[in-house]
Design a protein around this ligand. Structure first.
Ligand code: FAD
Length: 388
């Protein structure tokens, strides 16, 4: 029996012919029996009927137009000044010697003292100059101390002050001057000093414990505490009276002599000018002379310390010393990330490098793209010429 051979091509072309009456191959409406939705078509017909809606409909919000704002200015209402009786005074704040208006540290001390004093309690500010804004910063009374930066004079004044105004708590800044005075007072009165407080609030005081990653908390405010700088937010509640009280305090007897350290003798972390050598330096005697002549503390990259050309203590970087210098002069240092971490806090960076594309050149504000040897020789010559 003869079988007809199928021609798939012909069959397909017959299906596609509209006149053939055959259904299209992928006509799903026919398959399910349900009319198929056309979302595009629906959206188009909706858009004709409805007013178009903005995606972010700001018309619902109430805004003051510029003209309305001009027409009705917001009344400037000053909160009433809070006054307290002498009997309500609770906290004595002794600030560091200084000049001009209150420093951020002074304000942080006053903000903390206000929290410790409570809403009904008063704060006495002891400061060595007249300041305008102590009331708004939280002081109820102000005592002007005799001007003296000598630790012994400041201690005698603080003793007299405490005797004249025996308040429950004393607060000082955890700074070299404030920390020293706080410790002297604590020793004199036999109080336990709660030093370096970082948080103060309704739940008490918190300070970190040195060398351990734990905090020490204390619910009760102690007789004396020192406050760590830049940890406590400033206050913004009603201003206080800020009335000046005159007391008979001992006058300063000792003069303070300020001794400047020898140029370049400061430790790396404290120095404001560091001259550093990298692997691009070969003449380390010349490098040390340049650093000394410029008055900078000598530093080095890790490669140089590893090779023994500079002591390990001179290493700058993530695994060395992190600097806070005003100026960093990098001689022949590439600027590896670990080194750059150590100079992130430096204000100005000067690079001397033969490679224009070195990361240190990119980091620097001023770069000398040259061999460091003749640059160091020229620097030494110029520095020696300028020296008196
Ligand atoms: C875990 C870890 C921690 C690290 N910690 C530190 C760290 O704390 N501090 C640190 O410094 N490094 C650290 N390093 C090493 C760091 O990654 C780099 O290897 C190192 O900083 C490179 O030192 P360098 O720039 O002096 O040397 P190089 O990378 O060799 O760069 C030398 C530079 O000198 C330039 N140069 C060459 N010849 C001259 C010339 N005649 N005149 C001028 N320029 C020239 C070159 O162009 C180059 O830019 C650490 C690495 C690791 C893995």
């Amino acid at each position: 029996m003869m079988r007809l051979r199928r021609d798939p091509r012909l069959e397909r072309s017959v299906h596609l012919l509209p006149s053939s009456g055959a259904r299209p191959r992928y006509d799903l409406t026919q398959r399910s029996g349900r009319p198929r939705r056309d979302p595009r078509q629906e959206a188009a017909s909706q858009a004709v009927r409805l007013a178009p809606r903005l995606r972010i409909d700001r018309t619902q919000h109430v805004f003051l137009s510029a003209s309305a704002a001009q027409a009705a200015p917001i009344p400037e209402s000053k909160p009433a000044v809070v006054r307290v009786e002498d009997a309500a005074l609770r906290v004595l704040v002794i600030t560091d010697p200084g000049k001009g208006p209150l420093t951020p540290m002074d304000r942080q001390l006053l903000a903390s003292a206000r929290i410790a004093a409570g809403a009904a309690g008063g704060v006495v500010l002891a400061v060595d100059r007249e300041v305008d804004d102590a009331g708004s910063a939280g002081a109820d009374r102000i005592v002007i101390l005799p001007e003296s930066a000598h630790p012994a004079d400041r201690f005698e004044t603080a003793l007299a002050l405490r005797t004249a105004i025996p308040l429950a708590h004393m607060m000082l800044p955890e700074t070299p001057a404030g920390g020293d005075l706080g410790r002297r007072l604590a020793a004199r009165f036999g109080w336990a000093l709660f030093s370096g407080v970082e948080q103060i609030g309704a739940r008490g005081l918190v300070r970190p414990v040195r060398g351990r990653k734990v905090d020490q908390e204390q619910a009760e405010c102690p007789e004396i505490l020192t406050l760590a700088p830049d940890m406590v937010p400033l206050r913004s509640d009603a201003p206080r009276e800020g009335r000046i009280v005159s007391l008979d305090l001992p006058q300063a007897k000792r003069a303070v002599e300020r001794v400047r350290p020898a140029r370049g003798s400061l430790p790396l972390a404290d120095s404001d000018f560091v001259v550093s050598a990298g692997n691009g330096i070969r003449d380390f005697e010349l490098f040390r002379n340049v650093a000394a002549a410029l008055g900078g503390t000598p530093g080095a990259s890790r490669v140089v310390c590893d090779s023994g050309d500079m002591p390990r203590a001179a290493q700058v970087g993530a695994s060395g010393t992190v600097l806070a210098a005003d100026c960093y002069l990098a001689l022949g240092i590439a600027g590896a990330p670990q080194h750059l971490q150590g100079i992130a806090g430096c204000r100005h960076v000067i690079a001397v490098n033969t490679d224009l594309h070195a990361a240190m050149v990119e980091r620097a504000e001023l770069a000398i793209v040259a061999d460091a040897q003749p640059v160091m020789e020229a620097l030494l010559r110029l520095a020696q010429e300028k020296q008196p």
